[in-house]
Design a protein around this ligand. Sequence first.
Ligand SMILES: [Zn+2]
Length: 296
Amino acid sequence: MTFRDSATGSGGDEGVRRRRGKGGPVAAGGGVVAILALAIYMFTGQDLSGLLGGGGGGDAGPVEEETLGECSGADANTDVDCRMVLTWASLHDVWGEILPEQANIELTEPTFTLFSGSVSTGCGQASSAVGPFYCPPDTQAYVDTGFFDQLETQLGARNAPLAQMYILAHEYGHHIQNLTGVMATANRTDTGPQSDGVRLELQADCYAGMWVNQASQVPQEETGEPMLVPPTQAEISDALEAASAVGDDRIQSGAGQEVSPETWTHGSSEQRMHWFTVGYEGGDMAQCDTFAVREV
Ligand SMILES: [Zn+2]
């Protein structure tokens, strides 16, 4: 998807920053892992070995932090950092409009941290192996920049910039679930294609689709113009490809494992593509109610 040149934003205004840990690798913390796995909301159901114990994380060393600077739409079309800032800005704009209108809830804007190495969060210590995630207690999304490379090399997403934006929209979807309260009522101890956990993830995919639908329509306050130009058919098919690339079945078979639906936490490629499409075509939170249907 392409930003209009006129689009504008800064890390300071949009709540986007970068953190770099200076220490070495952090030791895994054992028993806390299960609690953390339930506390955070990830983009994929992959390897959990990067979830580290809250207190037992070892010495991560001093942390360097910077707020990302000013970006134009032209910058965001070429530079990853600016793409993150303006995508986050667009998500604020779109949900700031949709949420009061469709759910009668005012948006409180989440923050966003790009990190490398490991990061200390309100949900405990996490390393790059976790992939992108949302942590409800500090209403913040975390994305390890290395995951973007992995998306291309291991998961085979063919349009990298669009896949990056899709990840942010999915994590923002988890924030919306936090605000609507659905997150608190879902039972995430269960796995499998029809589990609450999978329904939460598919709803986040549906909300990501809603953003793709609205990002070229909701005007930015500063400019009076939408931040993005309408997506092309090729871009929509790339977005579907990105959704498919992170399906549990595709990740399992890609890793040479047996496909075992009972272990799924995020849904199959087909489920993820389907719910993205429901959000994209309908633009309606009610249609994204994955808990209201018998089968997702
Ligand atoms: Zn997720």
